[in-house]
Design a protein around this ligand. Sequence first.
Ligand SMILES: N[C@@H](CCC(=O)N[C@@H](CS)C(=O)NCC(=O)O)C(=O)O
Length: 215
Amino acid sequence: MLTLYSMQRSGNSYKVRLALALLNTPYQAIEIDILRGESRTPDFLAKNPSGQVPLLEIEGGRYLAESNAILWFVALGTSLSPESRIERAEALQWMFFEQHALEPNIGAAYFWLALVKGGRVLQTHALEDWMERGYAALQVMENHLKTHDYFAARQLTIADIALYGYTHVAERCDFELDTFPAIRAWLKRVEDTPGFVSMDWRPDEVDSASIAAGA
Ligand SMILES: N[C@@H](CCC(=O)N[C@@H](CS)C(=O)NCC(=O)O)C(=O)O
């Protein structure tokens, strides 16, 4: 049985929950509240020295961090992972893009505007950069989606799941998607996929206290 350490409102965590739900893969979920420092306790740091969620515990006591690495782990050999060499490389290309162009900008804006009280005031200057770079990333995605339904392999793959994680919350943190019709159509295509679950959806949850108590 897989164990996923994740935070409900974390886009990186949601990517993994979405893939697991689409694949109907059973797992146990443990909620880690990063705003209360739960990812920085000695116990959690022993599992993931980066102190971040998501973190997947695999049978045999191995831990895997980084949302996109986890996506590959859970999806390999399924319909969500492309088969051919070039299509796998294209999926990776978009997943690297997600981590360097989208997540650090829209993800950061989402965190400070939607999750942290007073975050807008604390991050006024950084916000300008995040908006500019976030819109640039959205434009790259829009250009691709004008001629493609999905990002790789002409079907829904983990590349779409990776990009969906923060694109779908862009409007909750000041980005407007009115001028990105191809992105809006793609968001809807992802949401119409059988087995899709929203970020609010919760798998049956186990709290960390009961795990520690061996329950
Ligand atoms: N590149 C990592 C980023 C993970 C990340 O930034 N996680 C955030 C939540 S979305 C976190 O755990 N932050 C807590 C911290 O850094 O203390 C991934 O894709 O998994």
